[in-house]
Each structure stands twice: as C-alpha cells, then as structure tokens.
Design a protein around this ligand. Structure first.
Ligand SMILES: [Zn+2]
Length: 219
C-alpha cells in the first residue's frame, strides 16, 4: 500500500491518495492537472472526506464526473456538504481577502459549491477494501460532520481535528470547543500512541508526538 500526500493550494490542505496497485481511495479530493497525472491509469474505488469544509471537498463533483466514483460520509457531514453556507464555499474567497498573510491561490472559487454523499452512515462504519480494513468514526469539534478515517490498525486520517502544530480550530461556525474537549479529546486519548496521523494540513506525525504537545501546553 502506498499513501501519496498532495498539498493543494487551498490553504495548503492535504489530499491523500491511498493506492493498492491500480486501485485507490481518495481522501479530501482536490482536482487539478497534477491530480490528473497522479491518477492516470488508476481506478478510483471510493471518495472519502474528513469533514465538510470547502478546502477538503472542492474536488468531489469533478472526481465523481471523471472517475465515476462514490462519496461515503456520515449524514451530518452530508447535510452540510449540500449547503454553501455550511461548507463555507460561500465565504472562502472573502476569507482570503481578510487574511493579510494569506496569499490567494490561483483557483477558481465556486461561491455556491455543494456536493453530496452517495452512501451514508450515522456514527461509524467498517468495511474491507483491497485486503485492508477501513473504519470511519464521526468526531465533532472542528465541524459538525468530522470523520476520523482509520486504515487498518496503524493509520489515521484526522482532517482538522488533530493537527500537529496547532490546537484544532473550533471557532468556526459548526465547531465547538466544548465538543472538542468533551467528545473528541477523550476519544483521541483512547487511541494507541504509535498511530500515524495524516492531518488535514501539515506533516504527518505519530500520536505520541501529539500527546507531547498537549503536555507542553498544560505546563
Ligand atoms: Zn476545516
């Protein structure tokens, strides 16, 4: 199995392509010419999203159209995927305008972007894919419809709930510092420290490094 990390121009969001031979699962799809080259000759078996924010979903419709693949997500996430005010596509370009330190990417923003899941689950789902086990669990805190996507026992795609260098942003609409502290964090604390985390932004790290970060913050 191979995991390809593509850091995209939209807030340096990470799209992940998980490959098993010709088959792949794409997590947080973003589409441009580079993506097209990476996927040449590949079969996209499935799309997954870590959460409903525009930087993580902008390629969903394009991927469905080009590769005939389906998106699987939890129903809360799906509700927000369908609403530009909830998936933030409505505000994204303006967000760049208000952040003086952010360079606006050369990207065709769609201010009324929406997409939807083709297959739904409520709290969690487990399935087999190419000799691997995929387990997805809904984890709120950063957004209402956040997903932790586990691959086998040792890999987690965490979206923006678990980031290496910063405390997850719970300040956006749909985020909740209380849910992060009361729901997400206790759950994170049950996970094995050797778990390798592929976050929504930034480099991958193992969970014990994240524990270290929390300890540092508490001193
Ligand atoms: Zn986000």
């Amino acid at each position: 199995m191979k995991i390809i990390t593509c850091t995209t121009p939209l807030l340096e969001q990470n799209m992940y392509i998980v490959e098993e031979g010709k088959h792949c699962i794409v997590i947080d799809p973003y589409y441009d010419e580079k993506t097209a080259v990476l996927l040449e000759g590949k079969i996209v078996d499935l799309l997954l999203v870590t959460h409903e924010h525009y930087d993580h979903i902008s390629g969903v419709n394009k991927f469905k159209e080009l590769y005939g693949c389906k998106l699987l997500s939890n129903s809360k996430c799906d509700n927000n995927l369908q609403r530009p005010a909830k998936n933030f596509s409505k505000y994204f370009e303006a967000y760049y305008e208000f952040q003086a330190d952010l360079q606006k990417p050369d990207f065709a923003f769609a201010s009324n972007y929406s997409c939807s899941a083709d297959e739904l689950f409520n709290d969690s789902i487990t399935f087999r894919w190419q000799h691997n086990t995929v387990f997805i669990k809904m984890v709120p805190g950063h957004s209402e419809g956040g997903n932790f996507i586990f691959l086998n026992e040792n890999i987690l795609f965490s979206g923006d709930i678990l980031l290496d260098e910063s405390v997850p942003a719970a300040k956006f609409p749909g985020g909740s510092p209380k849910e992060f502290t009361d729901v997400a964090l206790p759950y994170i604390n049950t996970l094995p420290p050797e778990l390798v985390v592929y976050p929504g932004h930034g480099e991958s790290f193992s969970l014990h490094e994240y524990y270290g970060y929390i300890n540092k913050k508490e001193k």
